[in-house]
Ligand binder design. Structure first.
Ligand SMILES: [Fe+2]
Ligand SMILES: [Fe+2]
Length: 164
C-alpha cells in the first residue's frame, strides 16, 4: 500500500513531467539560482513545496496550474550572476516579466499560471498575486530560496573551515 507521501509524489510527477520533458525547460539546469542549486532544481523544489502546502492546509486550488506555474515561475533562461548574459541590472524586479514572456512563447498558459509567474516576487514587485495558487508559490518560493541560500552559506562556511 502506498503512503500519503508516495501517492502525493506520483501525483506531483504526473503534473510535472509534461513540463519537465520540454527541452527548453531542461536548460534551467545550466544556470545557478542560489548557492549551488540550479534554477531547474529550484523550480522543482518550489513546485513540490507549494503542492505540499496546499495539501497540508487543505487549500482548495487548481493543482495543475499550481505545479505548472511553479515550474515556470523562473523561466527567464539566463545566469543572473553573469553580467554578460543577464540582460538587466534589475533582475530581481524584472525577471518575472521576462519569465512570463518566454513561458508564453513555449506553453499555452492559463490566466492563473500567467498571474502566478508575473507576481511571484511580491512584495519586491508591487502587485500581489490574484489567485490562491500565486500566493502558495510566492510563499513556497521564499521558503525554498531561504533554505537554498542559508544551506549554501553553511556549506561554504564549513568548507572554508575545513580548508583553513
Ligand atoms: Fe523568481
Ligand atoms: Fe524562484
Amino acid at each position: 500500500m502506498k503512503t500519503v507521501e508516495q501517492s502525493l509524489s506520483s501525483h506531483f510527477a504526473e503534473l510535472a513531467l509534461p513540463v519537465l520533458s520540454e527541452a527548453r525547460v531542461q536548460e534551467m539546469d545550466k544556470f545557478i539560482q542560489h548557492g549551488t542549486t540550479t534554477t531547474l532544481d529550484h523550480v522543482v523544489s518550489v513546485a513540490w513545496e507549494a503542492l505540499v502546502l496546499a495539501r497540508r492546509y487543505h487549500i482548495n486550488c487548481d493543482e495543475h496550474a499550481l505545479v505548472r506555474g511553479a515550474l515556470l515561475h523562473d523561466y527567464y533562461l539566463y545566469d543572473w550572476h553573469d553580467h554578460t548574459s543577464c540582460p538587466t541590472r534589475w533582475h530581481g524586479f524584472v525577471h518575472p516579466s521576462i519569465a512570463l514572456r518566454k513561458a508564453e512563447c513555449d506553453f499555452d498558459l492559463s490566466g492563473c499560471e500567467r498571474d502566478l509567474i508575473a507576481h511571484h516576487m511580491w512584495p519586491l514587485t508591487p502587485v500581489p498575486p490574484h489567485y490562491i495558487e500565486g500566493w502558495l508559490v510566492c510563499l513556497a518560493d521564499k521558503t525554498v530560496s531561504l533554505r537554498e541560500t542559508i544551506g549554501a552559506k553553511i556549506f561554504s562556511t564549513s568548507n572554508s573551515e575545513v580548508i583553513s
